[in-house]
Structure formats: structure tokens, C-alpha cells
Design a protein. Structure first.
Length: 315
């Protein structure tokens, strides 16, 4: 996208950002986003980089007393260097309905499995653990139930048509071939007091061979209101198992957190990953952070110690 187009988009967004726009009777539209920078150091070298800066629109329309329509459209673009052309990518885009029945949405958004299972241990701002294989984002419809005596059910289905059969995509750094069909993901959560348990399943129908799937379990416990410990187990059939543990403590001006996991490939030796970080809030929407982690290569058993410092400004 040319700079002139970006300039028009940014100036238009700035004109909207100061207030919620009344798009129609009973409707609101808000401009939101963030800008993120980080400096990282690893065996591959050091780097100053954008860490996922975004800008987006979100809104809702009250249809009646029991039903509300909503949408989100969020774009992501690197903001760490000036270029004659700016590459803009879609981060999230969906539309949905919410009411007493729960919530239904369709479009592109974070995996319900990732939110419930993986993010409980992979809690870093920039560093990241290896994950089990799950269905990618996009072409998805999802249902989120209301809480029923502590229980919640989430279901999603990604639909790929015959025209997409044979296309390739990246999953966990590996190129896989798409096949037409429907990938189904399911999550069940239960919360009681300080305890939260989540179980997830992804059948990977659009990306793998027959009878290959990913299953996970996450158990979190709030020792105090500001101190949480979480354990998880994940397995991708015929590929790998992962066991992880994390803790997070809110000290008032930010959070201190640490995570560790053991990856057990079906072929090859087990290896470990661990890391820790701290955030410091400069304001309710601005914080800085520092992270350090150790990551062992599955291929040659070399250990790579990585560090990162960064800043986040949300609006």
C-alpha cells in the first residue's frame, strides 16, 4: 500500500479517535490500536523491531433488548522503519451476534484452543515457546456459551472450500498443504472460586492426515487475587507432547512472570524451554517490559539464550 493511502487512512482514523462515532441509531464505532517496539538479542543477532503494532475499528448495534450485533476490523503493520511502501496485513476481522444465548461470530480471530490452553503458559510479550499444532485463523465461525454454574462451552469450525484444496500455509514453522473440509475445535471451561480448568480439542482436519489431532488441558489456581499458578499438558498425535508450568504475580506497578515447558517429540530427544519477564506500568495504557529466556533446539541440542526489552502504548 502506498504512503499516500496510508496517510489518508491514518488522518481519517485520527479524526475519529477522539470520540465514539454514532454510526446509526443505537450504534457506536470506536477507533483503537497500539504501537509496540522491542529490542531483542539472540544467537541469530540483535534487532530493533516492531512487536505487532495495530490499528482497528470496533463497534456494536443494539438490535433489541436481548440481541446486539458487533464487529471488529484490525490491521497490523510494521512501524519500526520508514519505507516507500508499507505492508499491511489483517490481524482480526469478524462480525457477530450476542444475547442471552451467548455469542456467535464469523471471520478471522484468535483460536479458541490457543486462548484457553496455550496462552496460559506462553505469556510473554515477545519471546515465545514452541506450541502444539492447531488450526490456523480465518474462514471460521465460533460459538461461545454463557457461563452455566461455572461451565462454559466454546465451539469453532473453519471451512475450506474445494478451490483452496492444495494451497499451502505455515504451521509451527512447517509448510503444510490445505485440503478442503472443516476443521472443528472445541473448548470446555469450568471456574469455581480460585480454580479454572480448561480442556481443548482440535481435529486439524484441514491440515493433516487421517486421525491426527491436538488435545490439551490447562489448570490454573489463584493463590491470591494477584498471584496465579497454571499447569498445562498438550499432545498432538504422532507428533509431540508438551508439559508446561507458569506463574504470574501482580506487584502493583506491573507483573512478574515465569514459564517453563518440556517438549517431547515422538521422534528425537526431549528438550526444555523456560523464561521470565517483568512489566512496569507508566500509565494505565503504557508499559515497558524486560524478558529473558532459554530455548533448546530440537535438531542440534544447542541452547539459545534470548533477551528482549520493549514498550507498549495502547489507545
Amino acid at each position: 500500500m502506498k504512503k499516500s493511502i496510508i496517510a489518508i487512512a491514518v488522518s481519517s482514523a485520527a479524526a475519529l479517535a477522539s470520540v465514539s462515532v454514532q454510526a446509526a441509531e443505537g450504534s457506536t464505532v470506536d477507533v483503537y490500536g497500539n504501537i509496540q517496539y522491542a529490542y531483542t538479542d539472540a544467537d541469530a543477532g540483535d534487532s530493533f523491531k516492531d512487536n505487532g503494532s495495530t490499528i482497528g475499528l470496533k463497534g456494536e448495534t443494539k438490535i433489541n433488548d436481548d440481541l446486539t450485533a458487533f464487529f471488529k476490523y484490525e490491521l497490523e503493520a510494521d512501524a519500526d522503519e520508514k519505507n516507500s511502501d508499507v505492508s499491511v496485513g489483517l490481524d482480526q476481522a469478524f462480525v457477530g451476534l450476542q444475547g442471552n444465548f451467548g455469542k456467535v461470530q464469523v471471520g478471522t480471530f484468535d483460536s479458541i484452543y490457543n486462548n484457553a490452553i496455550q496462552d496460559s503458559v506462553d505469556q510473554f510479550e515477545l519471546l515465545g515457546f514452541r506450541s502444539t499444532t492447531i488450526t490456523t485463523e480465518g474462514d471460521t465461525i465460533a460459538y461461545f456459551s454463557p457461563s452455566m454454574n461455572g461451565f462454559e462451552v466454546q465451539l469453532s469450525a473453519q471451512v475450506k472450500g474445494s478451490q483452496e484444496n492444495g494451497e499451502t500455509t505455515e504451521i509451527d514453522g512447517n509448510t503444510v498443504t490445505l485440503q478442503d473440509g472443516t476443521s472443528v475445535t472445541a473448548v470446555v471451561k469450568y471456574t469455581t472460586g480460585a480454580l479454572t480448568v480448561a480442556a481443548g480439542y482440535d481435529d486439524l482436519n484441514n491440515y493433516t492426515g487421517d486421525d491426527v489431532n491436538t488435545t490439551g488441558l490447562s489448570v490454573g489456581y489463584d493463590i491470591q487475587s494477584n498471584f496465579n499458578v497454571t499447569a498445562k499438558f498438550e499432545t498432538t498425535k504422532d507428533f509431540q507432547d508438551i508439559v508446561g508450568l507458569s506463574t504470574r504475580y501482580g506487584y502493583g506497578a506491573g507483573d512478574v512472570y515465569a514459564s517453563a515447558q518440556v517438549v517431547s517429540p515422538d521422534s528425537g530427544d526431549d528438550y526444555n524451554e523456560y523464561g521470565a519477564g517483568v512489566t512496569y506500568n507508566l500509565a494505565s495504557n503504557v508499559y515497558v517490559y524486560g524478558e529473558v529466556g532459554s530455548f533448546e533446539s530440537a535438531s542440534n541440542n544447542d541452547t539459545d539464550t534470548q533477551t528482549a526489552v520493549g514498550v507498549y502504548y495502547g489507545f
